[in-house]
Design a protein around this ligand. Structure first.
Ligand code: ADE
Length: 339
C-alpha cells in the first residue's frame, strides 16, 4: 500500500511505536467491536476452561480497525506465545516450515495479509492447521521421500482486508471468522479520550468528538489525528484541544468534516466529473488517479461505501447524490452556485 498521508501513513510507518503503546493490551480495555469481542471472549474462556489451544481465527475488515491488536490480545488472554509473519513474506514452503516447527503448544501464529499467501505455502498450511502435521520432502528428485512431522498444537490468527480473496479450503479451516466493522463516533470519541489520557493531552469533549467524527470510523486514524492536533496545539500555544483547535488543525491537513482527505475527494470528483457519476471500473479510476488499485479497494473505498458516498454495482463504481452534495457539485460535476 503506497498511500502516504495522514489517513493511512503508509501501512505501518511513522508513529507506529507510539500507536503500539496506545493499543489496548487485553479484552477489558478494548472499546467497540462488541459482536467480535463477545464471540472471541466466549471462545477464549471455553478453550482456557478445557485447557486446550484456541481454534484458528480469521479477522477480516478494512485496515486500522484493530485486527493486529486483537491478535496480540488473544495471545495475552490465552497466556500464549506470539509469533508473527505476513502472507507475502512467506515466499517459500521452507519459510513456513521453519516457523511451524519452532512453535510451542498453544502459541499464537499471527499471519497478516492472509490473502497474499502464495498458493504453495497455503497448501502446506492445510495439514498443519487441521492435524498439526506437515510432510517434509527428503532427497528431492526421482527418489524423493517424505516424512511426516508432528507439530505442537498451535493457533493461527489470520488477518485480511480482502475476505473475498481467501480461498474456500482456507476459509473452512478457521473455526471463527470475525468481521471488523467501522467504529461509531461514540466509540471513537471514547478511544480519543483514552489515548489523550495515556498521552497526557488536555482535550475537551468537543475536541474529542471533532477528531472522532473525522476519523473515518477507524481508531488508527483517530490516534494519528490526535497527534497532529496535539502538534498544532503545542505550536500555537493552546492549553487544551477544543473543538476550534481540532477543526483548525485538521483543516491544515485537508481533512474535511466527513473525514475525507484529498485523495478521497479526488476519487469522488473523478467519478462525478470524468465519468458522469459512473459506473466506472476500479482499474480506470486507479489509472486516472495514478494510484495502486489495491489502495483504492482496501483503503479508500470501504469508508466511502459505508458512509454512503459510493455505490458498487456489477458494472462498476457510482457516486451518490450525497457525494455530489458533499463536494458542492451537481450530478454533472458542475459547481452548484447558491441562488
Ligand atoms: N486504541 C486503538 N483502538 C482501540 C480500541 N478498539 N479500544 C481502545 N483503545 C484503542
Amino acid at each position: 500500500m503506497s498511500r502516504e498521508s495522514i489517513i493511512s501513513g503508509g501501512s505501518e510507518s511513522i508513529d507506529e511505536s507510539t500507536l503500539t503503546s496506545l493499543r489496548p493490551k487485553n479484552l477489558d480495555g478494548y472499546i467497540g467491536q462488541e459482536a467480535v469481542i463477545k464471540k472471541l471472549s466466549i471462545a477464549i474462556q471455553a478453550a482456557l476452561g478445557r485447557g486446550e489451544p484456541l481454534d484458528h481465527i480469521l479477522f477480516h475488515g478494512p485496515p486500522g480497525l484493530g485486527k493486529t491488536t486483537l491478535a496480540h490480545i488473544v495471545a495475552t488472554e490465552m497466556n500464549a506465545g506470539f509469533v508473527s509473519a505476513s502472507g507475502p513474506a512467506l515466499e517459500r514452503a521452507a519459510d513456513l516450515v521453519g516457523i511451524l516447527t519452532n512453535l510451542q503448544q498453544g502459541d499464537i501464529f499471527f499471519i497478516d495479509e492472509m490473502h497474499r499467501l502464495p498458493r504453495i505455502v497455503e497448501e502446506y498450511l492445510y495439514p498443519a492447521m487441521e492435524d498439526f502435521e506437515i510432510d517434509i520432502i527428503l532427497d528431492p528428485g526421482p527418489h524423493a521421500r517424505t516424512v511426516k512431522l508432528d507439530l505442537a498444537e498451535f493457533t493461527i490468527v489470520g488477518a485480511t482486508t480482502r475476505a473475498g480473496l481467501i480461498t474456500g479450503p482456507m476459509r473452512d479451516r478457521f473455526g471463527l471468522s470475525l468481521h471488523m466493522q467501522f467504529y461509531t463516533p461514540r466509540e471513537l470519541t471514547e478511544i480519543v479520550r483514552r489515548s489523550s489520557t495515556i498521552l497526557k493531552i488536555d482535550i475537551t469533549d468537543g475536541g474529542a468528538e471533532t477528531i472522532a467524527l473525522r476519523s473515518r470510523g477507524t481508531p488508527r486514524i483517530s490516534n494519528r489525528l490526535l497527534k497532529r492536533v496535539r502538534d498544532f496545539a503545542q505550536v500555537e500555544e493552546k492549553d487544551s484541544i477544543t473543538e476550534d483547535v481540532a477543526v483548525e488543525a485538521m483543516d491544515i491537513h485537508g481533512i474535511d468534516e466527513a473525514g475525507l482527505d484529498s485523495l478521497d475527494r479526488k476519487y469522488l470528483q473523478i467519478i462525478i466529473n470524468q465519468y458522469t457519476g459512473g459506473p466506472v471500473g476500479v482499474a480506470a479510476l486507479a489509472a486516472t488517479l495514478n494510484e495502486e488499485q489495491d489502495t483504492l479497494i482496501d483503503v479508500v473505498e470501504p469508508f466511502l461505501l459505508s458512509a454512503g458516498f459510493l455505490n458498487r454495482t456489477s458494472r462498476g463504481r457510482m457516486s451518490t447524490p450525497k457525494a455530489c452534495r458533499h463536494l458542492g457539485l451537481d450530478h454533472r460535476g458542475q459547481e452548484e452556485l447558491p441562488l
